[in-house]
Write a protein that binds this ligand. Structure first.
Ligand SMILES: [Zn+2]
Length: 259
């Protein structure tokens, strides 16, 4: 799937989507493919060579395929990263982690096998909680099916592999449309990022916050943009970005090296 196909597909689906940052993003395909055989795409922005022990930040967009703005905003941030002004950190960026959901017609929250990837992460409680929570608390909502077992989906396994190999010091994951900011992990959370204010949403068994935030003790910032089908403006996404950098500089940059 060429970049042009992806960027055109996003333009068709998303109001006010600027396709140029998408075309210019120079994403690389990872080895595994999605269930529907679409590429899983990423891009690295390494830290400047002058920084010998940079902190690493992992950014994920579109884990729920019908939250299109969460993909668009990550492309806006890729534009900012390309300026080289943020190379005091290393960045790994995964703009569309659920390509099958994103390019389904209509787009779906779940992947091509009907699994909510953000309930499929292998947290220690997955086996005891994920399916019973789904049946009892969501009454078997098809949009929230956690899968037949933990990490049953190639997209989930790919993200887990990124966390294990890249060893991020912070994870940023973008959703829509609740218009808030959530945080999992032992650090002090940011109180606001741009127009999004901290409002803990609770932890769902098998979510990225459950897996990486609570089990691995990594800071996981979950952004919930206010609209799923409308990109944030450049100034809105820029303000989220600059507040994020303030938080990273204050909270993550000074952490002693864990490894
Ligand atoms: Zn979501």
């Amino acid at each position: 799937m060429a970049a042009e196909t992806i960027c055109r597909g996003l333009s068709e689906r998303l109001q006010n989507f600027d396709a140029q940052p998408c075309r210019d993003a120079e994403l690389a395909p990872a080895k595994p493919l999605s269930v529907g055989k679409r590429p899983l795409l990423y891009r690295d922005f390494p830290a400047t060579a002058a920084n010998v022990a940079p902190k690493r930040v992992l950014i994920l967009g579109g884990i729920h395929g019908d939250e299109l703005s969460s993909v668009a905003v990550v492309f806006q941030w890729i534009e900012l990263l390309k300026s080289g002004r943020y190379d005091r950190y290393s960045w790994r960026v995964l703009p569309l982690t659920n390509p099958d959901g994103l390019f389904a017609r209509p787009a779906t929250r779940v992947n091509a096998r009907g699994v909510d990837l953000n309930r499929n992460f292998p947290s220690p409680q997955w086996s005891s909680q994920a399916l019973s929570y789904w049946k009892d608390k969501t009454r078997g909502d098809k949009r929230r099916y956690p899968g037949p077992e933990a990490a049953s989906e190639p997209e989930t396994r790919w993200i887990v592999e990124q966390i294990e190999q890249y060893q991020p010091d912070a994870i940023i994951t973008v959703h829509a449309p609740y218009g808030v900011l959530d945080f999992d992990g032992p650090q002090d959370p940011p109180k606001k990022l741009g127009y999004l204010r901290l409002q803990p949403l609770g932890v769902y068994p098998g979510s990225l916050g459950d897996y990486a935030g609570l089990s691995l003790k990594l800071p996981v910032i979950t952004l919930e943009l206010p609209q799923a089908h409308l990109s944030p403006s450049a100034s809105q996404s820029g303000r989220i970005w600059s507040d994020l950098l303030v938080w990273l500089d204050k909270t993550i940059a000074k952490q002693p090296a864990a490894r």
